[in-house]
Ligand binder design. Structure first.
Ligand SMILES: [Zn+2]
Length: 321
């Protein structure tokens, strides 16, 4: 546990066998009440670390609220357990409903079929998805947070900013006086946040780019991200992310121009990935699912821009326009 600035603590919660390495949970000691931001996976090692930090700092259900930036299992995994011990849980309802609705996985599998994922390996993909394996079990009795809500701790005043993209209900927190920005997985320094389309009728990349613009000029001085290193220059990092997606869009467009009639899964197999596997064939199914969702988010954007067309039968196939 590290006190980053007065009354703001960072607890690194390990994520076993995951390229993200650990989740940054933040504990903020307030005059009126305390906040915990994000929990780590529903995994015994994570649970021990989180609960010993709670004990050490004397945080209790009577004086502490938990805010979950978004529904992913590394951020929300222990939300149910904290809730059961009496902690108030706050999350946006888009994401809260997904946690509380297990049939959502079946809808995602249906969509994965449309994207061309191999039918005989969908179960393997589901079991290999960390979001499935370490998901919170049970329902969270949560309070809905909305854009503009304020958490006034006395010594800190955090405003909630809705930043859809990484998930539909993703929320960041901004302390205007102290210029602190808690970014969740909206903006990370060392890795590019995963922007994937998991379901039909969503446009995550379009949402994401809009949400980057929304926070670019807040005048932030300290960024507390959900993973890896804490940093200060939010604006430059956002500009890098814009450039990253511009390059990704170009890459995806070129793949479809070279190989018309590919599915999103096929496009993903041709994309470059910063992973420790020699070839696409070595990617575990769970990782292929992430890659396919990311390809699809970019394909969706290019279709909306009129640069690509698609044909929708049992699987969706993409063609140059
Ligand atoms: Zn996430």
């Amino acid at each position: 546990m590290k006190e980053i600035i007065d009354n703001v603590f960072n607890i690194q919660i390990p994520m076993p066998k995951n390229p993200l390495k650990y989740l940054n949970s933040y504990f903020i000691k307030g005059k009126n009440y305390n906040l915990i931001i994000d929990t780590g996976l529903n995994h015994p090692e994570a649970e021990n670390i989180l609960f010993s930090a709670i004990e050490k700092l004397n945080f209790s259900p009577q004086n502490t609220k938990l805010i979950i930036t978004h529904m992913h299992a590394d951020h929300s995994g222990l939300g149910v357990k904290l809730n059961k011990r009496g902690f108030e849980v706050w999350i946006n309802s888009f994401d809260g409903e997904i946690i509380n609705n297990p049939t959502d996985w079946e809808k995602m599998i249906e969509f994965a079929k449309k994207l061309g994922m191999p039918l005989d390996r969908l179960e393997e993909a589901k079991m290999g998805h960390p979001g499935y394996r370490y998901r919170p079990i049970g329902k969270v009795n949560y309070n809905d947070i909305q854009d503009g809500d304020v958490f006034d701790l006395g010594n800190f005043k955090f405003r909630i900013i809705h930043t859809p993209g990484h998930t539909q209900g993703h929320m960041c927190l901004f302390e205007e006086q102290k210029r602190i920005f808690i970014s969740g997985d909206h903006i990370l320094l060392d890795i590019t946040p995963n922007i994937s389309q998991w379901k039909p009728n969503s446009r995550p990349l379009q949402d994401y780019l809009k949400s980057l613009k929304k926070v670019r000029d807040l005048g932030v001085e300290l960024v507390l991200p959900g993973h890896r290193r804490i940093f200060s220059d939010l604006k430059s990092r956002i500009d890098e992310l814009f450039l990253h997606h511009k390059r990704r869009l170009k890459e995806v467009l070129e793949i479809v121009l070279d190989h018309p009639g590919l599915t999103a899964y096929g496009v993903a197999s041709f994309m470059s990935w910063d992973m420790d596997y020699k070839s696409w064939d070595e990617f575990p199914m769970g990782q292929r699912w992430f890659a396919t969702g990311e390809a699809q988010a970019h394909l969706n954007y290019l279709c909306e821009q009129g640069k690509l067309n698609f044909e929708e039968n049992l699987v969706i196939k993409y063609y140059p326009n």
